[in-house]
Design a protein around this ligand. Sequence first.
Ligand code: SF4
Length: 252
Amino acid sequence: MRPERLNPSPRPGRRGGERLRIGGFTPFTTTDYPGRLAAVVFCQGCPWRCAYCHNPHLLPADGPESHAWPDILRFLEGRRGLLDAVVFSGGEPTLQGGLADTMREAKAMGFLIGLHSAGMYPQRLARVLPLVDWIGLDVKAPSDAYPRITGTPGSGEAVFESLRLIVEAGVDHELRCTWHPAWLSAADLLALSDEIRNAGADRLVIQEHRPAGREAFHAEIVATDRERAGLDLLSTRFRHFALRMAHQESPA
Ligand code: SF4
């Protein structure tokens, strides 16, 4: 397993949740925590470079801060009883050392805690899992195909370790795979389903990626009947399975 780097952007003089570097904030969403009204905190920084990343401005760990955590806490204070949950998204939230403190502070106010993660840091994930009520974990590919999606050698193994930890901890979760036939074949999808089931999970959401704008101009590949049949077969291998259009909420 690759070592988990220390927070690349230490925040001298800051304490607790103030250490979290925030690159965006959505004050209200109905789609980022199933069945709950939530606010979303977008955390700055991610070491991967996925071809379909919709938030490239969040990738640099030392990117600009859009909001300070104390300001978000004040906002949340006024939303008690109106919002159910605070979701930490990114970027990759578990990259940052201040994540657990922010979660603790939001939880102490009575909010449910949601986490969107790509699962790249299982040890860090294990430390915050006791604070998390629901997690949306990206499962991008079977582990041997991860590097062609993330641009990062050896990136797949840690994700399935994270999945095992989530299943062991019994945390409510959703596994999401962003899919386009140019990236994942029917065989890849079936190999992915094997790895998910071997980790003890029984649910999967396939988010079909429809490129837009310039990206669409270069990605005219459409799913073949064989790939569609692969999706149909996939749907029989999980107790909970859904196929939906990829969705991306833009950080404010
Ligand atoms: S893991 Fe998520 S945030 Fe990081 S590059 Fe991939 S899609 Fe973007």
